[in-house]
Design a protein around this ligand. Structure first.
Ligand SMILES: [Cu+2]
Length: 130
């Protein structure tokens, strides 16, 4: 009788510890990190970063279609300085980009955004946001 009671008590304590251990584990978030909303690509929102290179006095690709919420990143590979400047309005208004420098912009509103280089106005391109 006394032995049985002790066994049941110990078994109960072990069971209690095991259960509370499990409960603690399930309280942890399923994923660590990536919860700050700054994920780049393959996140739940599907927002992407699309790269445009500036080389030989041209934007490549010069015609670009993106989704609202996407970010476009221009990188100047030329020795000459370039900018990313809206033809009208102020959606795109980069500083002068020297070789190796980048400019990023996130498009929130659908539309066609024509832009040019303020240093070389013959350099033209556009981003269409859908
Ligand atoms: Cu330029």
């Amino acid at each position: 009788m006394g032995k049985n009671f002790r066994f049941i008590a110990i078994a109960g304590i072990i069971l209690f510890i095991a259960l509370s251990g499990c409960a603690q584990q399930t309280q942890q978030p399923p994923q660590s990190g990536n919860n700050d909303g700054t994920q780049t690509g393959n996140g739940e929102t599907g927002a992407k970063i699309i790269e445009v290179t500036i080389k030989d006095f041209a934007y490549s690709p010069s015609q670009l279609a993106v989704n609202a919420g996407d970010t476009v990143k221009w990188t100047n590979l030329d020795s000459a300085p370039h900018t990313v400047t809206s033809d009208s309005g102020s959606e795109l208004d980069s500083d002068q980009l020297n070789k190796g420098q980048s400019f990023s912009h996130t498009f929130a509103v659908a539309g066609t955004y024509d832009y040019h280089c303020a240093v070389h106005p013959s350099m033209k391109a556009s981003v269409t946001v859908q």
